[in-house]
Design a protein around this ligand. Structure first.
Ligand SMILES: Nc1nc2c(c(=O)[nH]1)N[C@H]1C(S)=C(S)[C@@H](COP(=O)(O)OP(=O)(O)OC[C@H]3O[C@@H](n4cnc5c(=O)[nH]c(N)nc54)[C@H](O)[C@@H]3O)O[C@H]1N2
Ligand SMILES: Nc1nc2c(c(=O)[nH]1)N[C@H]1C(S)=C(S)[C@@H](COP(=O)(O)OP(=O)(O)OC[C@H]3O[C@@H](n4cnc5c(=O)[nH]c(N)nc54)[C@H](O)[C@@H]3O)O[C@H]1N2
Ligand code: SF4
Ligand SMILES: [Mo]
Length: 732
C-alpha cells in the first residue's frame, strides 16, 4: 500500500499549552497520532494567538529519543534495565510495604514538582497519597518559590490559595517587583500576551516601572528601576510609610475592609531613610516620589514574583505588597488588586479536603510550620539523615528534578543516595532520578486530558477550558495518577484525604481524578448543577465546545466580601509573625563582605522551563552558552575580562563559569541562569554543559524564609575569580 493510501486526514484540535502558567490557547494539527504543528489559537480569549518557542517546539520533547518509554529498574552496577509494568509495580509495592512495616507510613515521603501544576490528576493523587500515608514528609516545589504566597493568603484572606492579582488590562500604573514577565509570561497572574498588555498600559498614558537588579527583557521595554537584591521589603515598607507620613492612606477603605490596620505605623517605625537607601541602593526621595505617583494614578497595582519571593524575607515582602495595594485604595477595584473567577474554586476545594491550612503541625527536625499540608524541601536532607521515629526512608518523586532545582542541590543529591527506596515518575533519566530504584514513564501533558488546575484561578480574562488528550501516549507511558494509584493499591491505600473516598475504596470503588474534579465543578458555583443551571459547566460540555468558554471579559470587582474567608469578612493585617519578621529584618547584618563582595541572582531563559526542556535540540540550540553576567565596572574592579573562565564561590560551594560583561547588570550584582549543568541520561542536556547554580545556595535554617520555609535562591553573596583568561586575552 502506498503512504498516500494509508494516511488519514489532518485534524485541528483546540487545546492549551501545559508547560507554564500562561496556559496559552493552542491549535494542534494532528495526523495519525502525531502532532504536526502547534500554533497559537487566535480565538483564545486570553492568549489571543500567542505561542512561545517552548510551546511551538513541544513535539521535540514528546518524540525525544532519550525519553523514557518503559519502566526502568536500577541494577546493582547503577545501570537501568527496562522491565514490564507489572514487574515494576509489584516490586515497588513489596519494597514500599517492607519500609512501611519496618518504619511506619510516616517514613515514606512524597515530592510534588512544578509540572504537576498542569496535571490535575497527578496533583490530586500525590496530595491524596501523602494524606493517606499521614506522613509529614510531603514536599513540593512551592517551598522553592511560592510558599510565601500561601502563608500570606492564609494570614490576610483566610485561605492559602486566596490570591489577588493585578488587573493588568485596566491599570494605569504597574509596579513590577522582581518578575521578568516578557520571558516568564507571569506567575500567579495568568495574563496571556503579557508584553502587549504591559505596552497597553503605556499606550493609554499609564506607567510600567520594573524594579529589578538586572535590566531584563521586561525592564528594557519599560521604566527600569535597579534595586539591590533583597531590597524589596525595604522599598515597599518605605513606600507604605510614605503613604502614612503624608496622609495618603485610604483610611475609609482600610476601616471598611480590614482589621488591624492601626498597627501598621508601629510596624514601620524602625524603617529609616538611611537604612532604606543602604538596603535598596535607591534614594529615599525617589522612593517617596514613586509612592506618591502610585497613589496619584487613577488606578495602580504592585506585583511581585520570584525576585520578591526567593529572598530571606519573602513572607514579609509579600505581606507588604498586599498591604501597600490595599492601603493605597487599589484593593478589589478596576485596574487594581483583584480576585479571579475560576472555573474550579481551588480555595473551596482545598478547604473541603482539609489541605488548606498553616502551622497545624511542625517538621520533625527543624520545627518549621506546615504550609498547605507540606514541609519545606530545604529540610528534606536533614529529615533523611536524622535518626528517630519518622525518619524518612523512601521517596516517591512526582515530576521533580531536585538534585538541580533545590537549594543546596549537592546536599540534596547526596542525601537522596542514603534512602532505602526512590521511585521517580519522570520522562527522563535526570541527575535526580539516576539514583532512583525505579523510573516510571509518565504521559506528557499533550497525551492526557487537561484543565489548567493551577493557573485558572488567576486568569485575567476569566474562562474555562478542559481539553481531551490531543494524542495517545508514546510507548508504555502511563498517566501519573494511574501510576500513583497502582502503587497505592499495592500497599493497601486509597490516595485521598477524603473519608468518602476511603469508604468507597473499602467497597472496591476507586474514582478517577477526572470524575472527582468534574463532580466538584458541577456542584460548585460555575457548575451546571446536574442540569439545574443549563449555562453552567461540566466536563462533557467543555469537551463538546472543543475550546475555551469565556466566563466574563474582566476579573470581577466589588467581590471582597465573598473572597475574604475570615469569619468577620475582613482582611486581617495584624500578625505576630509579621512583627517578628520585621524585627529580624531590622536586626540583620549586611549580606556582602570582603570575602563575598558580589550578590548572585537567578535568571530564567525564554527557551527553558526550569530544568526540563534542555534536551530538545530545537530549544537548546548550539548558540546557547551558560555564562555569568557581570557589570563591566565590577569586572574592572576585579581584573576580569569578557569570556574569562571564573570560579564563583559562595559560603556553600563553588562552580565554574565563563563571564559575560554587560551593563544590563547593576553594579555589585551578577546573574546566572539556573538549572544547567545536567547529569544523567538526557544526552543533549548533559552535552550543553554549564554549571549548577544551586551548588552555591544553602539549605540551613537560618538561610530560609522562616514563616514559610521558602528557600533563598537569590541575593547569594559570592566572589568571582579568574581561572583562565579568555582566548582573546591570551592572544593579546
Ligand atoms: N521561559 C520560562 N518561563 C518560565 C519559567 C522558566 O524557567 N522559563 N519558569 C516558570 C516558573 S516555575 C515560575 S515560578 C515563573 C517565575 O516568573 P518570574 O518571577 O517572572 O520569573 P523570573 O524570570 O525568575 O523573574 C524574577 C526577576 O527578579 C529579578 N530579581 C532577582 N533578585 C531580585 C531582588 O532581590 N529584587 C527584585 N526586585 N528583583 C530581583 C531577576 O533579575 C528576574 O528578572 O516563571 C515561569 N515561566
Ligand atoms: N537557583 C534557582 N533555583 C530554582 C529557581 C530559581 O529561580 N533559581 N526556581 C525555582 C522554581 S520557581 C521552581 S517552580 C522549581 C522547579 O523545580 P522542579 O519542580 O524540580 O523542576 P522542573 O525542572 O520544572 O521539572 C521537574 C521534572 O519533571 C519532569 N516532568 C515534566 N513533565 C512531567 C509530567 O507530565 N509528569 C512527570 N511525572 N514528570 C514530568 C521533568 O522531566 C523534570 O525532570 O525550581 C526552583 N529552583
Ligand atoms: S508561554 Fe508557557 S503556556 Fe504559553 S506557549 Fe509558552 S510555554 Fe506554553
Ligand atoms: Mo516556580
Amino acid at each position: 500500500m502506498t503512504q498516500a493510501a494509508t494516511a488519514t486526514a489532518t485534524v485541528d484540535k483546540k487545546i492549551y499549552c501545559g508547560i507554564c502558567e500562561a496556559a496559552c490557547g493552542l491549535i494542534a494539527t494532528v495526523q495519525d497520532n502525531e502532532v504536526l504543528k502547534l500554533r497559537g489559537d487566535p480565538d483564545h480569549p486570553q492568549s489571543q494567538g500567542f505561542i512561545c518557542p517552548k510551546g511551538a517546539s513541544f513535539s521535540s520533547i514528546r518524540n525525544d529519543p532519550d525519553r523514557v518509554l518503559r519502566p526502568l529498574q536500577r541494577q546493582a552496577d547503577g545501570t537501568f534495565r527496562e522491565v514490564d509494568w507489572d514487574v515494576a509495580l509489584d516490586d515497588i509495592g513489596q519494597r514500599l510495604g517492607a519500609v512501611i512495616k519496618a518504619h511506619g507510613r510516616e517514613s515514606v515521603g512524597v515530592f510534588l514538582g512544578n509540572p504537576n501544576g498542569w496535571n490535575y490528576g497527578a496533583f490530586l493523587w500525590l496530595v491524596g497519597m501523602a494524606a493517606a500515608l499521614k506522613t509529614k514528609h510531603f514536599y513540593t516545589a512551592s517551598s522553592l518559590d511560592i510558599n510565601n504566597y500561601w502563608v500570606v493568603g492564609h494570614l490576610l484572606y483566610g485561605r492559602n490559595l486566596a490570591n489577588p492579582f493585578p488587573d493588568i488590562a485596566h491599570t494605569q500604573f504597574f509596579v513590577v517587583l522582581g518578575s521578568n514577565l516578557v520571558v516568564s509570561h507571569g506567575s500567579m497572574m495568568t495574563a496571556g500576551r503579557v508584553k502587549e498588555k504591559l505596552q497597553g498600559i503605556v499606550d493609554r498614558g499609564g506607567r510600567v516601572v520594573v524594579v529589578d537588579p538586572r535590566r531584563t527583557e521586561t525592564a528594557q521595554n519599560f521604566e527600569w528601576q535597579p534595586i539591590t537584591p533583597d531590597g524589596d521589603p525595604w522599598l515597599v515598607a518605605a513606600m507604605l510609610k510614605t503613604l502614612f507620613d503624608e496622609n495618603l492612606v485610604d483610611t475609609a477603605g482600610l476601616k471598611e475592609k480590614t482589621s488591624g490596620w492601626e498597627s501598621l505605623p508601629a510596624l514601620l517605625s524602625g524603617i529609616t531613610p538611611q537604612r532604606v537607601e543602604a538596603e535598596t541602593g535607591m534614594s529615599y526621595a525617589a522612593i517617596q516620589q514613586l509612592a506618591r505617583d502610585f497613589k496619584a494614578a487613577p488606578s495602580a497595582v504592585m506585583y511581585g514574583r520570584c525576585g520578591a519571593s526567593l529572598g530571606p524575607f519573602s513572607t514579609l515582602t509579600k505581606y507588604l505588597i498586599d498591604v501597600f495595594n490595599i492601603a493605597s485604595g487599589n484593593f478589589d477595584r478596576r485596574g487594581g488588586w483583584v480576585f479571579g473567577r475560576p472555573m474550579i474554586d481551588l480555595e473551596l476545594f482545598t478547604h473541603l479536603f482539609k489541605v488548606d491550612g498553616y502551622d497545624r503541625w511542625r517538621t520533625r527536625v527543624d520545627n518549621f510550620p506546615e504550609v498547605l499540608g507540606s514541609a519545606p524541601l530545604a529540610c528534606m536532607p536533614r529529615e533523611i539523615r536524622t535518626p528517630g521515629k519518622g525518619q524518612m526512608r523512601a521517596l516517591l518523586i512526582g515530576a521533580g528534578n531536585i538534585a538541580t532545582t533545590s537549594c543546596a542541590s549537592n546536599d540534596m543529591r547526596d542525601a537522596l543516595g542514603e534512602l532505602d527506596l526512590i521511585i521517580s515518575l519522570d520522562p527522563y533519566v535526570t541527575e535526580t532520578n539516576r539514583q532512583a530504584h525505579y523510573i516510571l514513564p509518565p504521559t506528557l501533558w499533550i497525551e492526557r486530558d487537561g484543565m489548567p488546575v493551577f493557573s485558572q484561578s488567576h486568569n485575567t480574562v476569566p474562562h474555562a477550558q478542559w481539553a481531551p488528550a490531543t494524542v495517545q501516549p508514546r510507548g508504555e507511558a502511563r498517566h501519573d495518577w494511574w501510576i500513583i494509584d497502582q502503587i497505592c493499591k499495592r500497599i493497601g491505600l486509597v490516595p485521598s484525604g477524603s473519608r468518602v473516598a476511603q469508604w468507597l475504596g473499602k467497597l472496591g470503588i476507586r474514582l478517577s481524578p477526572g470524575t472527582v474534579v468534574d463532580l466538584f465543578m458541577r456542584m460548585a458555583p460555575e457548575g451546571d448543577w446536574f442540569g439545574l443551571r443549563p449555562n453552567g459547566l461540566s466536563r462533557k460540555k467543555l469537551y463538546a465546545t472543543g475550546g475555551p468558554i469565556k466566563l466574563q471579559d474582566d476579573p470581577p470587582v466589588g467581590v471582597w466580601r465573598k473572597k475574604v474567608h475570615h469569619k468577620d469578612k475582613k482582611v486581617h493585617l495584624q500578625h505576630a509573625i509579621i512583627i517578628e519578621e520585621m524585627r529580624r529584618m531590622l536586626a540583620r547584618a549586611p549580606s556582602t563582605s570582603e570575602a563575598f563582595p558580589l550578590r548572585l541572582i537567578s535568571q530564567r531563559e525564554l527557551q527553558s522551563q526550569n530544568s526540563w526542556l534542555h534536551n530538545s535540540p530545537r530549544l537548546m540550540t548550539a548558540n546557547r552558552v551558560h555564562r555569568l553576567r557581570m557589570n563591566p565596572n565590577d569586572a574592572a574592579r576585579f581584573g576580569l575580562h569578557e569570556g574569562d573562565t571564573c570560579t564563583v564561590t559562595s559560603a556553600h560551594g563553588a562552580i565554574t563559569s565563563p563571564i559575560h560583561l554587560t551593563d544590563e547588570m547593576m553594579e555589585g550584582v551578577v546573574a546566572l541562569p539556573q538549572s544547567w549543568g545536567h547529569r544523567g541520561g538526557w544526552k543533549h542536556a548533559v552535552a550543553a554543559g554549564g554549571s549548577s547554580y544551586n551548588e552555591l545556595t544553602s539549605n540551613a535554617v537560618q538561610d530560609m524564609d522562616l514563616p514559610s520555609g521558602n528557600a533563598v535562591l537569590n541575593g547569594i553573596a559570592v566572589r568571582v575569580q579568574r581561572v583562565a583568561a579568555s582566548a582573546a586575552q591570551q592572544a593579546a
